[in-house]
Design a binder for this molecule. Structure first.
Ligand code: HEC
Length: 104
């Protein structure tokens, strides 16, 4: 009974931390919190919630030249996204969130 209480409290705190977007020890959760709503709405269905890969490849180790070119041009199952749909600033911050590298 006591153990159950401890587990419940731990689970509740974990949910609260997630809801606040606070980083946790799980790096994938941290990545997801920093991604744009464009990524969540238009990319995650093919590339995974944290860009870990699904029907589309993982985006966690790509370089920025490849990232920006592929986003704008698409090809081989990847749709293209114009700057009015997915602005450069959003693409850059998503790139950094996905890879941990600065966009350049
Ligand atoms: C309908 C599914 C789909 C959606 C939606 C989609 N992609 Fe892709 N993406 C793919 C596929 C499939 C590939 C592999 C294409 C290839 O082999 O050339 C790909 C490739 C990529 C690559 C190149 C990866 C590499 O290592 O060469 C990047 C970067 C990328 N996508 C980013 C995005 C972003 C950012 C979005 C949202 C704005 C997005 N994708 C939306 C399917 C998708």
């Amino acid at each position: 009974m006591k153990l159950f209480t401890v587990l419940t409290v731990t689970a509740a705190f974990g949910t609260l931390a997630l809801a606040c977007g606070r980083p946790t020890s799980n790096s994938q959760v941290k990545v997801t919190a920093a991604l744009s709503t464009t990524f969540t709405g238009k990319c995650a269905n093919c590339h995974g919630a944290a860009g870990e890969g699904d029907t589309g490849p993982s985006l966690n180790a790509v370089d920025y030249a490849t990232f920006s070119t592929k986003v704008r041009n698409g090809g081989r199952g990847m749709p293209k996204f114009a700057a009015d749909v997915y602005p450069d600033a959003e693409a850059k911050s998503d790139f950094t969130a996905l890879t941990g590298k600065a966009a350049q």
